[in-house]
Design a protein around this ligand. Structure first.
Ligand code: CA2
Length: 152
């Protein structure tokens, strides 16, 4: 099984500012931890990050037929981007949404996700550990959906 880890705008700057909201782990730290977890459960990962909405959509399109599912933190596009949601719908790639912060306990404009209703599930408010929970939850869901034909 192959899983894509997709991160959106400004997440390349994690660990540099606002540690009270986003923690101290860098994106490289998070991707490194996920790589170790993935190896331990027999899953391969591909990762991508972009600050551009169109580039994120191109990544999702390019992962069609390549990955079995995606763990995505779409950053602020979470709250606005019907285009990203359409990319998930158009490719039919199952995804789990993850947020470092609890978006429902923040400013009103962050309390809605346009992606969530199309997602397998969402993890939010648990910091960088949330990526692990999202990965494990996605893999477990895909494995149980596909039964014994899965390679994970
Ligand atoms: O909580 C999350 O994971 C968010 O997706 C993070 C986004 C925010 O727009 C969403 O509402 C919730 C922002 C990521 C910004 O990352 C920073 C990195 C370093 C310094 C400041 C912000």
């Amino acid at each position: 099984m192959k899983i894509g880890i997709l991160n959106g705008p400004n997440l390349n700057l994690l660990g540099t500012r606002e540690p009270a909201i986003y923690g101290t782990a860098t994106l490289a730290d998070i991707e490194g931890a996920l790589a170790r977890i993935a190896e331990s459960i027999g899953v391969s990962l591909v990762t991508a990050q972009s600050n551009s909405e169109g580039a994120l959509i191109d990544v999702i399109h390019g992962w069609r037929g390549v990955v079995d599912g995606i763990v995505v933190n779409a950053g602020a596009y979470t709250h606005t981007s019907l285009a990203l949601r359409d990319a998930f719908s158009a490719t039919a790639i199952p995804f789990v949404e993850i947020h470092l912060s609890n978006i429902y306990a923040r400013e009103p404009e962050r309390r809605h996700s346009v992606l969530a209703s199309a997602a397998v599930g969402m993890v939010c408010g648990l910091g960088a550990d949330g990526y692990e929970y999202a990965l494990r939850g996605l893999v477990r869901t895909l494995t149980s959906t596909r039964g014994s034909s899965s390679s994970a």
